[in-house]
Ligand binder design. Structure first.
Ligand SMILES: Cc1cc2nc3c(=O)[nH]c(=O)nc-3n(C[C@H](O)[C@H](O)[C@H](O)COP(=O)(O)OP(=O)(O)OC[C@H]3O[C@@H](n4cnc5c(N)ncnc54)[C@H](O)[C@@H]3O)c2cc1C
Ligand SMILES: NC(=O)c1ccc[n+]([C@@H]2O[C@H](COP(=O)([O-])OP(=O)(O)OC[C@H]3O[C@@H](n4cnc5c(N)ncnc54)[C@H](OP(=O)(O)O)[C@@H]3O)[C@@H](O)[C@H]2O)c1
Ligand SMILES: Cc1cc2nc3c(=O)[nH]c(=O)nc-3n(C[C@H](O)[C@H](O)[C@H](O)COP(=O)(O)O)c2cc1C
Length: 708
């Protein structure tokens, strides 16, 4: 019976909570709630054509809604994986999303939120929260994605309350994944934040166009919504010395906060240890010991899709060959096999791998600290309210922790040096460590010279300060988490659905203290060479990260790509894809590449392939060989000479413009040239050219995939 059918479907909608939806029939638009009544009241019991169409439409919508809801849930789950690189334990996360409740129940008034992708922001947040106790502000660290951020409106109800934000910027001025919803809430909402006391430290890098934009925006927006800025915005530049920026900012933070709340520093030294160690008896080892898994125990033995950041796929390395023909450097072309993983990618996406620290460095720490690295231990958070029970998967052995979980190659931060000083039996070494950890001008100078310029890792510090013997578990607690490394995928998912290609230049250099340093991931990848003798190929834990760096949807759209060195990587995939489209008889717009390397005979990567694309008409290429003549020739020099062609693509034919590779100088130089071309060839003022450029950016006609 139609009325019954109609009413049943409408009631189903009502049950699903879709009461805001409207059902539209010719000449009538009835809100669903009313529709139930209308349907009940109807007295016709005949199926009309309209009714049948209506029922089909409703079933369609219901099915769509059902899938959408599931998909949305799934994507939220995925997102939470991508957000919390530092909280990758197997421990369940908090279920209570009220930070106000937590603050009240634990007698805290300081909350430090972080927006972080690779852990620095989270680490800074932890340091601030710990220090608060010295100033009678007991603190907690909070991931904005785990909590109901609307509760910021209620923070004023806790006396002497302060919200600190440590927020990193990525991409085109975007928040980190875990801060996305919070920033959207700030952008779209009009919450009254009067009475909220806050301060912000931004994490960014000056080589990027949108320097620290997220922190700058949040700072401005909180003030607009009525909150009180207790202390000035701090901006950290990761291209220079972000640790220095942070400690300098923090130095002024506490006196200002004390004055604001009229409180005093307690002066008490407090126990800085966040985790308590349990070493497991060799004869009574736990059944389940982590051996390098990112989250789920035994996930490398028992692989189960879906694969993502928290559950990487152990991909076999099928090809690993050298691309350079000379010059002393190495650039690897690596092919990973995706067969059976259900992983899919588009050209322009990134492949991420979880590397291992070098065996000799791990062993060196064991020797220097005179410990048995095979001891199994667990670090447990002493703060029971924290959502992070362990700093990394535990129980595990010290060897595994030093190999897979902590960063032993980076430059140790000042708070680590401060803690190391406590273990120095030589007073001079203790004094030097304390000095480097201080914010005095001499201390900063020494840190900058001894750690930053001399490129000392924790291993080098322990080697050069023989009396410093920290407890190994404390060291594991202090060191930051080893991060995955991203690579621009250099193949097309359309041509190679089961293979991911990457193009990685090997990092290797000598330090001023005469040490030869190997990049963690690239030196580890260099050893992953398939033997081709029938033995099993080496495997690498990998996941795919989607990017916004995409080809235009229409193949006719012309494109210009600027990719010197490894910057060529994503463009190889782009070119493969457009070449395939052309061969399939599709209309393909101009595909123009600017490639640059040092010497044609040494590091012209993929030379034969590129020449073949040029020969068959799929590609127009300009190549700059910077060191083949007395004066440098860069892609930028070639670009400057081709203003008419550039304008023809971007100005007259709505084409796309892409840059990939070095963020430090190349990307900026290219952008400056582009602006000049827009101004000159488009007959625009500087301001109009800027507006034109911004519009290209917002239309995704200008995209940069740059790193430094
Ligand atoms: C989105 C994205 C895409 C990327 N795509 C690619 C790509 O396609 N191909 C590619 O090769 N890389 C790419 N990278 C870089 C890559 O992720 C790694 O950073 C790189 O491979 C180095 O990793 P590593 O572990 O070997 O070196 P690490 O151990 O991390 O060492 C690198 C660090 O060593 C220091 N260093 C390097 N050279 C010197 C030197 N001469 N003197 C002093 N210090 C030095 C620097 O601090 C540098 O950050 C990309 C990065 C990002 C963020
Ligand atoms: N984080 C990492 O460890 C890591 C790893 C890989 C790459 N990178 C970054 O990515 C960049 C590219 O590395 P790569 O090894 O692939 O390339 P590369 O071989 O160092 O450089 C490619 C070409 O670009 C030239 N170039 C230098 N400055 C330029 C500029 N301002 N504009 C245009 N061209 C310029 C180089 O010339 P000259 O050298 O002759 O000046 C060379 O001919 C590096 O500079 C580095 O910043 C970083
Ligand atoms: C791929 C990439 C993109 C970045 N984009 C920006 C940017 O647009 N603006 C900026 O100021 N910093 C940018 N940065 C720098 C980071 O914000 C900075 O390194 C920060 O310290 C990272 O903090 P986290 O470790 O907490 O994630 C970028 C870094 C990377 C690797």
């Amino acid at each position: 019976m139609v009325p019954c059918l109609r009413s049943t479907v409408a009631e189903l909608y009502h049950t699903l909570g879709l009461t805001g939806f409207t059902l539209t029939r010719p000449n009538t638009t009835v809100p669903i709630g009313d529709e139930v009544q209308a349907a009940k009241a109807a007295d016709s019991d005949m199926f009309s054509l309209t009714d049948i169409i209506l029922v089909i439409f409703l079933i369609g919508i219901t099915v769509w809604w059902w899938f959408y809801r599931n998909k949305k849930d799934a994507s939220l789950k995925d997102k939470s994986y991508a957000i919390q690189p530092m909280v990758m334990t197997s421990t369940p996360q908090v279920t209570d999303n009220s930070f106000i409740k937590k603050l009240k129940s634990s007698g805290r008034s300081l909350i430090v939120f972080y927006g972080s992708q690779t852990g620095t922001g989270e680490e800074f947040a932890g340091r601030i929260a710990k220090e608060g106790i010295r100033y009678q502000l007991k603190g907690m660290v909070a991931d904005p994605e785990e909590y109901d951020m609307e509760e910021l409106t209620q923070l004023k109800n806790i006396s002497n309350s302060l919200a600190v934000f440590c927020m990193a910027t990525y991409g085109e001025g975007d928040p980190t994944d875990n801060a996305m919803e919070f920033v959207e809430w700030l952008q779209n909402g009009e919450a009254d934040l009067t009475g909220l006391n806050y301060t912000i430290f931004g994490l960014g890098n000056k080589t990027y166009e949108h320097y620290n934009e997220v922190a700058i925006y949040i700072d401005k927006r909180l003030e607009e919504l009525g909150a009180t800025r207790v202390y000035q915005l701090g901006l950290g530049d990761d291209d220079a010395n972000i640790e220095d920026d942070f400690i300098t900012w923090k130095d002024g933070l506490w006196p200002t906060v004390c004055e604001f709340f009229n409180i005093e520093a307690s002066g008490e030294e407090f126990n800085m240890r966040q985790y308590r160690v349990t070493e497991h008896d060799k004869d009574a080892l736990p059944d389940r010991i982590y051996s390098g898994e990112i989250a789920r125990i035994f996930s490398y033995k028992n692989q189960k899709p879906p694969y993502d950041m928290k559950n990487p796929f152990l991909t076999p390395v099928r090809v690993n060959r050298e691309l350079h023909k000379g010059g002393g450097r190495s650039c690897m072309h690596i092919e990973f096999d995706l067969e059976g993983s259900k992983l899919r990618y588009d050209s322009g996406d990134h492949a991420a791998v979880y590397p291992e620290n070098r065996v000799e460095l791990v062993n060196r720490i064991g020797e220097l600290l005179e410990v048995d690295l095979d001891t199994v231990f667990t670090l447990t958070n002493t703060d029971e309210d924290s959502s992070k029970r362990h700093p990394f998967p535990c129980p595990t052995s010290y060897r595994t922790a030093l190999t897979y979980y902590v960063d032993i190659s980076g430059k140790p931060r000042t708070h680590v040096l401060k803690e190391l000083a406590e273990y120095a039996s030589d007073p001079q070494e203790a004094a030097q460590l304390k000095m480097m950890a201080s914010t005095s001008p001499e201390g900063k100078k020494l840190y900058n010279q001894w750690i930053v310029e001399d490129n000392r890792s924790i291993v080098h510090v322990l080697e050069d300060m023989k009396s410093v013997k920290p407890k190994i578990d404390h060291l594991c607690e202090l060191l930051p988490r080893l991060q995955c490394r991203y690579y621009s995928i250099s193949s097309s998912g359309k041509l190679f659905p089961n293979r991911v290609h990457i193009t990685a230049v090997r990092v290797e250099y000598d330090t001023p203290t005469n040490r030869h340093v190997h990049g963690v991931a690239t030196s580890w990848l260099a050893e992953k060479i398939p033997k081709g003798d029938g033995s099993e190929d080496p495997v690498v834990p990998l996941f795919i990260r989607k990017s916004q760096f995409k080809l235009p949807t229409k193949t006719q759209t012309p494109i210009i790509m600027i990719g010197p060195g490894t910057g060529l990587a994503p463009f190889r995939g782009f070119i493969q894809e457009r070449d395939m489209a052309r061969k399939e008889g599709k209309p393909v717009g101009e595909t123009i590449l600017y490639f640059g390397c040092r010497r044609k005979s040494e590091d012209f990567i993929y030379e034969e392939e590129l020449n073949e694309f040029v020969k068959n008409g799929s590609l127009k290429m300009y190549a700059a060989f910077s060191r083949d003549q007395p004066e440098k020739i860069y892609v930028t020099h070639l670009l400057s000479k081709n203003a008419d062609e550039i304008w023809n693509v971007i100005g007259l034919n709505n084409g796309h413009f892409y840059i990939c590779g070095d963020a430090r100088s190349m990307a900026k130089d290219v952008q400056a040239i582009l602006l000049k071309v827009i101004q000159e060839k488009g007959n625009m003022s500087e301001k109009e050219a800027q507006t034109f450029f911004k519009k290209m950016e917002s239309q995704k006609r200008y995209s940069a995939d740059v790193w430094s």
